[in-house]
Design a protein around this ligand. Sequence first.
Ligand code: ATP
Length: 435
Amino acid sequence: MTVVGIDDTDSRKLGMCTTYVAAEIADRLRQDGAETVSRLLLVRLNPAVEYKTRGNAALAIHTDFEPDLAYALARERLESLAETTDERTNPGLVVAAHDPDDDRAPDDVTRFAHGAIRDHLEIADAETLIDRHGYRSWHAGDGRGRIGALAAIGAWDALAEWTYEYISYREPDRWGTPREVDHESVFAAADWGYPDVWDTVDRGEDETVCVPHTPGPILHGIRGDDPDAVRAVADRIESEPVAASQLFVTNQGTDVHLQKGAISTVDDGRAYCLEGQVASDPDTRRGGHVFVDLVSPAADDPADDDSSDRLTCAAFEPTKRFRDRVRALRVGDRLTACGEVSDGTLKLEKFAVRDLVRTERVTPTCPDCGRTMKSAGRNQGYRCRACKTERAEKTTRDLERDLEIGWYEVPPCARRHIAKPLVRGGFDAPTHPER
Ligand code: ATP
């Protein structure tokens, strides 16, 4: 058996798509006599990596084709399809002779795959492992693509949770032209397949999320927990002719990029789940982006905590109605917040409300005339000037809250490929899924 790993074939300007290259390689392997192409893996790596074109995808093909022949065939396909005229495209190919269903990938290769999803790796790290294990490899440009290609080889043993995407491709002469996909049929198919099939559409935004806007070869990609269901949903969509289609096994929708962390120790370029207390009133700034600060759960007075143990969280404009959830937070609410940290700010993907502040301290009102009392001076309580009534301190008032305990998430139109939709379940509190 052979595992073929590839990455970095596409260009933001010129189009192309590494899933398409992988599907083409799989097709050629079948034509040239491979008895089995048992699966194609679509592995999403660290979404914070600056070199990515879009979704930081790497691909692996599992086949019984002889390793040297698979290498030659894949290399020929990569050389002809990769957009190497873009100097930011640095394709890589790594071929391992092992049986993904019987032999485990070496531990250092599975660790590398984990690292590629949660961390930042060096080209030299990939080269060392490729040499150590005698893998065949090829690259163009600076060879960065070998990082993703090697990670795709290790991913099968590194990860425990898999989902599916059924991708339909356009006829090549239509690439770059507007896609003809019947909007209503996408919504009907999405309803039919939900909840096994998710993130097909965004009902709140009336958007067909499964249809990309980029110039590449994909017509639509249908994601879900069940391989038959994603295929059936794709079949129900009315559209221009489908030139080819391919099922991918993926780590999309799994949250495998998130690591547990603490507010005081987060690093840029990584994604975390953090416990904290809301420490500032949510602030909507220019462009409609919403910001709110979190401090450590141990802080006595979150509003006054000015330690370095403080992290700004952001819900940017594209997260749409999710921003209303963030705006509904109040100082003192306890949360688990998840997302990527960059430039010292956590870009919220989802959060769990653990505890809500239910009361607030307010200036008392006069029991006789009902007007708000005035401060009688520092530490001297409150007084109604007209009625001469007095109160020693602020009173407590119940708060109406628009949030409940549990998980809230960005809507499908703003979901990162690797982020887990709440509808998939397995969360540690009630969920409020977006669809
Ligand atoms: P698309 O999703 O459109 O296929 P992409 O977003 O996957 O494109 P690539 O063109 O594959 O982007 O570029 C990502 C590059 O970053 C690849 O060369 C890959 O090897 C490299 N890379 C991926 N993860 C890491 C990481 N954790 N550390 C360092 N480099 C990485």
